[in-house]
Design a protein around this ligand. Structure first.
Ligand code: MN3
Length: 205
């Protein structure tokens, strides 16, 4: 069975950028619901409980048709949020270094240009969805946005950074002001974790 991952920090640790109430509800209610609904969808096909969620999402054709949409929505929700909690941290270093910074510079021109383009992607999500920095099968960085809980993994890409722009991710503190939320979120991006995920993505098959 899939379980809700434990956060590496407290619900109030990302204040003032992301408030305690939002973090608590987002993790214990929203993410928990994706986990519960994923488990429920897989009840008829318990072999899937043994597979990592990334493996399931990377081969949706192998998922029985009657539960495929439930897996896309809830399995995607589980994977996306598991990434989201880890790529945030209290008091992270201010910017990426090493191979990731080099790749960002060569792909987007500069870190500032990358942040602007990523922010634009996130602002351009119509309704509920996510913006991601992904590593493509050709080992290149790229930006993608996906509606609802669609996972980049299902499209053959490896997400190494992602922002949740569903209103539940920011409405309590920022109401409809998505731009302010995104602006604040950059302050809690865990660059060390993004660097690690970048490194791992280059060694994955
Ligand atoms: Mn969410």
């Amino acid at each position: 069975m899939f379980t809700l991952p434990v956060l590496r920090y407290q619900y109030n640790s990302l204040e003032p950028y992301i408030d305690e109430a939002t973090m608590r509800i987002h993790h214990t209610k929203h993410h928990q619901a994706y986990v519960d609904n994923l488990n429920k969808a897989l009840e008829k096909y318990p072999d899937f409980y043994k597979k990592p969620i990334e493996e399931i999402l990377s081969d949706l054709e192998a998922v029985p048709e009657d539960i495929r949409m439930a897996v896309i929505n809830n399995g995607g929700g589980h994977a996306n949020h598991s990434l989201f909690w880890e790529i945030m941290a209290p008091n992270p270093k201010k910017q990426p270094e090493g191979a990731l910074l080099d790749a960002i510079n060569s792909t987007f021109g500069s870190l500032l240009a990358f942040k602007e383009q990523f922010t634009q992607k996130a602002m351009g999500v119509f309704g509920s969805g996510w913006a991601f920095l992904i590593v493509t099968p050709e080992r290149r960085l790229s930006l993608k946005r996906h509606s609802f809980q669609n996972s980049p993994i299902s499209h053959g890409n490896i997400p190494i950074l992602g922002i949740d722009v569903w209103e539940h991710a920011y409405y309590l503190k920022y109401q409809n002001r998505r731009a302010e939320y995104i602006d604040a979120w950059w302050n809690v991006v865990n660059w060390e974790e993004v660097e690690n995920r970048f490194k791992r993505s280059l060694h994955s098959s």
